[in-house]
Ligand binder design. Structure first.
Ligand SMILES: *[C@@H]1O[C@H](CO)[C@@H](O)[C@H](O)[C@H]1NC(C)=O
Ligand SMILES: CC(=O)N[C@H]1CO[C@H](CO)[C@@H](O)[C@@H]1O
Length: 387
């Protein structure tokens, strides 16, 4: 009896542990029986001249959008965040651009002087200068292909840097100021810049560029982090061990930083300390994994969310696959619930099966002009919706 009892209890324990690890996996992959509910997707236009823009940032005073774009073909070969490391894939023709929604004008920004190692974009931030708000600092992740050993890219990963540019409102020229390369910049994903053109926080989506453990991140065996850099004094890890660290955005107070988890869902709320370390004060729960974050003029956090994570992963390498998209708004709760610890309220504001907005990784809200912009790492077009 007890001899039989022992293996059964062991089996039950193993099943419980596997189940505990597996449920989040089903949730991440969107295999937990979620049904799509189209929302906010009827009054939209698409802009196919701007494909594969992983990150979009609104210049709130003018309503102009800044975009970090590529091509779906290039993303299929070279997307270090998901281990696509074929450095001899299509030549990198990544670019930064602006889009003026009121005229439809698109401008490809010219980098001066050109970057010797080329540009392979991912996350980005655009911040008006504290000295003169008509001047803008642009901070962009650059996943350079390794220059000395392009054949070894799949083993050593990308030679990732963060580039700092200066431009002015309405200008088509980006003046290159700094290339920041540092051991703390491991697998940079997204950036929250500052108004001095010198300091920024960024997420590392993993803890190594290439390794077996990376592939087991989904089981919690490898986490990302947030780093901090000052172009004069260097970089450091501001907070280690954040599962699925992905999009990063700064609250209007500048000291609260939000980081989205592309793995287990949820938004980490971090507070900046005097030494630029970050302290986690909250985690806002969400019902699905999420990606890039932005904060609008009213302090509402907007998140690109993934109804079906697995379809999303397949879509990055096969852009024609309809990957459904959703967006959520996170509002600071000032009602009675806040007293009991519900500091934030999460509301779904957009959902679509992938025809209007496909594989969305970045969502931006223009609170003044009531527009919602959606774009995705391998999406065929920008989507602009009236809200
Ligand atoms: C996608 O959803 C729209 C309604 O939002 C519907 O008209 C269309 O048929 C759907 N397409 C697919 C491929 O499911
Ligand atoms: C900055 C940025 O765009 N980050 C993420 C957006 O979404 C894609 C898809 O998951 C991620 O790979 C990016 O790292």
């Amino acid at each position: 009896m007890s001899r039989l009892y022992f293996p059964i209890s062991v089996l039950l324990a193993v099943a419980a542990v596997v189940g505990y690890r597996l449920y989040p996996l089903l949730f991440i992959l969107g295999l937990n029986g979620r049904v799509l509910e189209p929302l906010g997707n009827t009054d939209c236009i698409t802009v196919p001249a701007l494909p594969a823009c992983e990150k979009i940032v609104l210049h709130a005073p003018t309503g102009v959008l800044y975009l970090a774009c590529s091509s779906p073909e290039s993303r299929a070969h070279w997307t270090p965040a998901i281990n696509r490391l074929n450095a001899s894939g299509p030549a990198d023709d990544d670019f930064l651009a602006t889009y003026a929604p009121h005229t439809g004008a698109i401008v490809r920004l010219v980098i001066e002087p050109p970057l010797p190692g080329g540009l392979s974009v991912h996350g980005m931030d655009v911040v008006p200068s504290a000295d003169d708000p008509r001047e803008l600092f642009i901070y962009a992740v650059n996943h350079r292909r390794p220059a000395d050993a392009p054949d070894a890219a799949s083993k050593i990963g990308a030679d990732s840097t963060i580039e700092v540019f200066k431009t002015s409102v309405g200008s088509a020229v980006l003046t290159h100021l700094h290339t920041v390369r540092d051991p703390a910049i491991i697998t940079p994903n997204d950036i929250a810049g500052s108004s001095n053109g010198r300091e920024f926080f960024f997420t590392n989506d993993h803890a190594s560029k290439t390794s077996l453990l990376r592939h087991l991140a989904v089981l919690g065996l490898q986490a990302g982090s947030v780093g901090y850099c000052d172009v004069h004094t260097g970089c450091k890890i501001a907070i280690p061990s954040l599962q699925g660290a992905n999009g990063i955005a700064r609250a209007p107070n500048n000291d609260t930083i939000f980081v989205g988890s592309a793995l287990h869902g949820g938004i980490y709320v971090l507070e900046r300390q005097a030494d630029n370390a970050l302290l986690k004060t909250h985690t806002i729960a969400t019902d699905r994994p999420l990606d890039n974050l932005s904060v609008d003029e009213e302090g509402v956090v907007w998140a690109a969310t993934f109804p079906y994570g697995l379809t999303m992963l397949k879509h990055i390498v096969n852009a024609t696959l309809l990957s459904p998209a959703s967006a959520h708004a996170v509002v600071r709760n000032t009602g009675p619930g806040s007293f009991y610890g519900e500091k934030f309220r999460v509301e779904k504001v957009f959902e679509d099966n992938g025809t209007v907005a496909r594989g969305t990784t970045s969502v931006v809200h223009d609170a003044v002009r009531r527009r919602l912009f959606l774009h995705g790492i391998s999406a065929p077009h920008l989507t602009v919706c009236a809200l």
